[in-house]
Unconditional design. Sequence first.
Length: 490
Amino acid sequence: MTTATSQIEHATKAHTGRARTLRELRASGWTSRSVKAELRENLTKAFQSGETLFPGISGYDDTVVPEVVHAILAGHDMLFLGEKGQAKSRLMRALVRFLDPGLPYLDIPASYRGGCPVHEDPTNPITSVGKAFLAEHGDDAPIAWWAREDRYAERLAPGTKFADVIGEIDPGRLAGGVSMSAEESLHFGLIPRLHRGIFAMNELPDLDDLVQVGLFNILEERDVQIRGHPIRFDLDIVVLFSANPSTYNRSGKVIPQLKDRIGSTIQTHYPKQRDVGIEITEQEVLASGLDLGGEFPVVVPRFMKEVVEQISIEARKSKFIDHASGVSARFSIANYRTMVASARRRAIRLGEKPAVPRISDLAHFHASAAGKLELDMMGSHQMNEKQVLDAICAAAIKTVFDEYATEHGMGEIAEIFAKGVKIEVGDMLPSSAYEKLLKRVPPAWDKAFEINSSTDPAVRASCVEFVLAGMYAADKISRSQRHGRMEYEV
């Protein structure tokens, strides 16, 4: 080895602080441990230090998180059982933070017997290639480091084949004279390649029975069976699953033997409080890159945030919606973004700054809501999706409005409308026009101050629409709607 090369390697090692050979690795005091032990020890340290164990995941501190902690401490493989949009995948991905930043493995070049498909433990390789490489190189065996982010992989069950996750016999190697029962004949799937890592299978009930049997062998026997030939590996892997309760609990969807081998079932749920749902929605909206500032800033009143979240809550308990399918948090997020976009469109067209979303901005939420709900064909009867969404939106507005406004004065407003007064509002009506418009119904203008005492024209316009929509939802006045414009009358 040249002096220059030695200097480069020394500088690299000094920079990374990581061993480059097995001898250096032993000298550093590193010891091999299983993935489950690694998760357990790193979780314990985080728990002791008072860290937030799952940053970015809200509403689970007293319910789901303790169950996940128990499962990790117990060394269990886990099933996350819940409806769509309950952060099952995010929880599984979050377990990566409890892996070591880097994991050493034998750096076996492709030129050595075709290379090695797994990241071999430097002191305990499981493949014949890894064992031969270690025996040949001993303490001079080169070491590379596997980043924690690369030690996790997931797969969606529909369409997944046995060869994808377990492996398949390589015809080319058979043609070369390798026995079908030999390890060298196997082309590894995702799970063997994730030896010393974490593998997640989403929507387990949709997985083919043959693949489920293969997973059972992985969990129980830690071996890989290809076309009836058992090839035993001492696989070190954490296996995670996700599933919807309605399909998981259906007889025959998951083989009983596999269910029995899953150590812990973690039940997820939708936010139990509306405020938590709003927190999640705002967090995800900002994380997705939606900027509420910029040239045309948007200020969302608290009651509009509550209405958007209440729409999801009403949908989850509506008799028109299939409860087995669930209502994802993405439903609220998409509706929130559409509401903000409508308000910003008005600001761009009319030059209003800041833009303040109104109820009429929710007139466009059908576009973002479509396809995210599954109708209960028995409960919805002859109602189409748009009618169901309108009914859910009206129920949400009424719920939130009743929390903000008192009954006092409602009758007076309804009486004025009963005299033939009509008020048309809309998503493109200037905010400054509302005060003039409401001179025909002074009590409604005054009622808006109950919602928010701000004198900003855009906030006033939003409050006025909230009052009118609340009275409509309470069946005190009627409304016709077309293309973002709403006309209130009796």
